[in-house]
Design a protein around this ligand. Structure first.
Ligand code: NAD
Ligand code: WQD
Length: 346
């Protein structure tokens, strides 16, 4: 029995492969490397001491997907493959709908035809839109997403919900990630954005390592204690561990399956604690003894002031809780960046 991991060469996928190995799971990876590097797979092999069965290709390639499912004894799919740059999705919405929605539908169809009906989906806190109160529980209604990327996540969630209603064997876990940061503590795998980073932590690490001059802090006029935005940052290893717990929750164990709930289950994956942009910069400087020069600029369009979750459902139902604090997130992000200043290209 093996888990099919789509997008397994990416940031969250690689960290999840390491945790899956630790927990004793076998897996097969499909990735088209549109936003990742083959070196990332080699590094996972180095960390786990096992070679990875890798298929290079697109999840929308039904023939390839069918071949993978026929050649391997797959019993569940972890679906990470997707495009994730919010700004790019505004400029190229069709590319995002095509890849993240149409590609995922094609993949799901082949999975179901081959009897694979257990899926763990990488969703996002962005599906909540801009709730009026915090913390966000899974009971909050989905909100108006501010960009096409967010809509692709919300749409594919709905597709999984409707598919599950029509097939009592379907089981989908929708994992709504808050803000994943950090890297594996070995410093061998980490986040390797192409070009100018969109997200805060890789921007901070690139300023610290001297690749960029200065961090732009987007807005100091939010209604928050230090007037900068607040997010729920979560260590990527904790996030990866949440995926392993989700497999167990739906009865998929390393050596077989046990009866478990079917249908759709939704979990927030975050720490439940908000940290402001300025607090994160300070924590990074203190944890690592480096300076991160910054300047305040205008708000970034589409940004919400505050986002943090109530993560108690995942703890109650899956026994999962984020263990790593902000200092550890900063230390591991820096350990990765300083040892790999050019990411996997170095
Ligand atoms: P990533 O870009 O590092 O990884 C995604 C991987 O999927 C890449 O290796 C890419 O090459 C591959 N891929 C993309 N489209 C593909 C396709 N059509 N066929 C085959 N492979 C394809 O991103 P990540 O940060 O690891 O995110 C993983 C998932 O989690 C994504 O679906 C993303 O939307 C979601 N997510 C990420 C965050 C975040 O902040 N990183 C937050 C919430 C949700
Ligand atoms: C965090 C905070 C910025 C960069 C995005 C997606 C979301 C999910 C996670 C995929 C905000 C501020 C940022 C910078 C800054 N991705 N910031 N200077 O926007 O919360 O979430 O990534 O699913 O869908 O929207 O994350 O890291 O971009 O920003 O001041 O250079 O840092 O304004 O307050 P965000 P982020």
């Amino acid at each position: 029995m093996a888990i099919l991991v789509t997008g397994g060469a990416g940031y969250i996928g690689t960290h999840t492969l390491v945790e899956l190995s630790k927990a004793g799971y076998e897996y097969v990876v499909i990735d088209n490397f549109c936003n990742s590097d083959k070196k990332a797979i080699e590094r996972v092999e180095e960390l786990t001491g096992k070679s990875i069965k890798l298929y290079e290709g697109d999840i929308a390639d039904c023939e390839l997907m069918d071949k993978i499912l026929k050649e391997n004894n797959i019993n569940a799919c972890m679906h990470f493959a997707g495009l994730k740059a919010v700004g790019e999705s505004v400029e190229k919405p069709l590319m995002y709908f095509k890849n993240n929605v149409i590609g995922s539908i094609k993949m799901l169809d082949v999975l179901i035809k081959n009897g694979v009906k257990k899926i763990i989906f990488s969703s996002s806190a962005t599906v909540y839109g801009e709730p009026e109160t915090m913390p966000i529980t899974e009971g909050f209604p989905k909100g108006e997403t501010t960009n096409p990327y967010g809509r692709t996540k919300s749409i594919f969630e709905d597709i999984l919900i409707d598919t599950s209603k029509a097939d009592s064997e379907m089981t989908a876990v929708l994992l709504r990630y808050f803000n994943p940061v950090g890297a594996h503590e070995s410093g061998r795998i980490g986040e390797d954005p192409e070009g100018i980073p969109n997200n805060l932590m890789p921007y901070i690490t690139q300023v610290a390592v001297g690749k960029r001059d200065i961090l732009h802090v987007f807005g100091d006029d939010y209604d928050t204690p230090d007037c900068s935005g607040i997010r729920d940052f979560i260590h990527v290893t904790d996030l990866a561990d949440g995926h392993v717990k989700a497999l167990k929750k739906i009865g998929v164990l390393p050596d077989g399956e046990v009866p478990a709930d079917t249908g759709v289950i939704i979990y927030n994956l975050g720490t439940g604690k908000g940290t402001s942009v300025l607090e994160l910069v300070k924590a990074f400087e203190e944890a690592n003894g480096v300076k991160v020069p910054y300047e305040i600029t205008d708000r970034r369009p589409g940004d919400v002031a505050v986002m943090y979750c109530d993560a108690s459902k995942a703890e109650k139902e899956m026994g999962w809780k984020a263990e790593r604090n902000i200092e550890k997130m900063c230390a591991d992000a820096w350990n990765w960046q300083k040892n790999n200043p050019e990411g996997y290209k170095g």
